[in-house]
Write a new protein. Sequence first.
Length: 277
Amino acid sequence: MNRYHLSRHRNSSARGSRSTLLAGIVGTTLVLVSGNSYAQAQPNDESRTRYGIGAVVLIDKDGYRDVGSETLVLPGLSIQNKWVSLYGPQLDLKLLGNDKRSWWVGPRIEYRFDGYEQKDGAVFRGMANRKGGVFLGVAGKVDLGSDFELEADYVRASGRDGGFERGAVASLQLSRTYRNGPWSWAPRIGMEHLSSSYVDYYYGVRATEATPTRRAYAGKSSWSPELGLLVIWRASPRQSLFANFNYERYRSEVRNSPLMNAKGIPQLVLGYEYRLK
């Protein structure tokens, strides 16, 4: 299973985003839907290139203090074959693997909409904007048999923002897919690691940004557990509707930030995909 990551924070230039995972889930979306829908029709054919288009509606709550939930509508494009997986802003090159690509390892390039601007909420007033951008790294997947799948990735921001590191994200996820006629559902569990520079950049408060009501805060690396469920209804050989729920539990390294007022992030993704080929 692969994930089409949501950004974890707001970014008003993209008009909201949340996580992921868009590298760290539209942190599971068109990538899962395309893979699961196609597997129902031709489970062992990796020789063809498949194309898909669609759209998703994202509903989530960031967890920032006094910042409410948001809804975002995004189009999606997917291209899948033996060597390449492109889903929205995430590109995987499956350079190493067996012929059927039941396991593979390769570079990952993704654009994450992580970040926020001062106008996104009162809690950010007087703070420098935090930006998303291109993250580069490596990803891999292995089919474990009996419809179990294990996926891992590691990505790091490709550049600095005003001399500040934006850090890195790593994740490990186990899922199992069940199928019954046109329906399929895939529960999953996982862990996500945020580097100290990532937590410091997106959740930290610099000394120059501290106020009497917003203390300075230096971030530390953190592991966060997450649970999810993807449900797909294959309406026709080419069309699918899906719903994907994800919940990520924050550890103290994130929860203790003066910017935060939540123990975790709930997220719901609703969408449609049309397979062109």
